[in-house]
Ligand binder design. Structure first.
Ligand SMILES: [Zn+2]
Length: 116
């Protein structure tokens, strides 16, 4: 089995729709630190699991320097963002989204494949 991961940062704003009072309901920004993990039993014709370029094209370029509420069709919590990213990257099985130091959400497509 082959594993790859890519870590990158994006700057973005969001406000959360919550059923309790929170400053997170007001528009604010984060320098998100995101890890994308992919795996494959066999490499493609180019010798890759997933081209890192796809992460830039399908995630970074879409979200960076944006208001996430205007881009994403769901409440942009870190958990929801992680699942959305996972769905856009071929062979992706796990995504970590860190909003601020120490606050991270992890989405794993299939819990049996978690390697941590
Ligand atoms: Zn926030």
């Amino acid at each position: 089995m082959y594993y790859i991961s890519k870590t990158f940062e994006i700057a973005a704003a969001h406000s959360l729709s919550l059923d309790y009072t929170s400053p997170c309901s007001r528009l604010h920004g984060h320098n998100y630190r995101i890890e994308v993990h992919c795996r494959a039993e066999k490499l493609d014709a180019n010798g890759m699991v997933t081209d890192f370029r796809l992460v830039k094209d399908r995630v970074c370029d879409v979200l960076d320097h944006r208001n996430l509420n205007e881009i994403l069709p769901f409440n942009p919590t870190s958990e929801n963002i992680a699942a959305w990213i996972c769905s856009r990257i071929p062979n992706c099985y796990k995504v970590c989204v860190e909003e601020t130091d120490g606050n991270r959400a992890i989405y794993v497509k299939d819990k049996d494949t978690c390697t941590e």
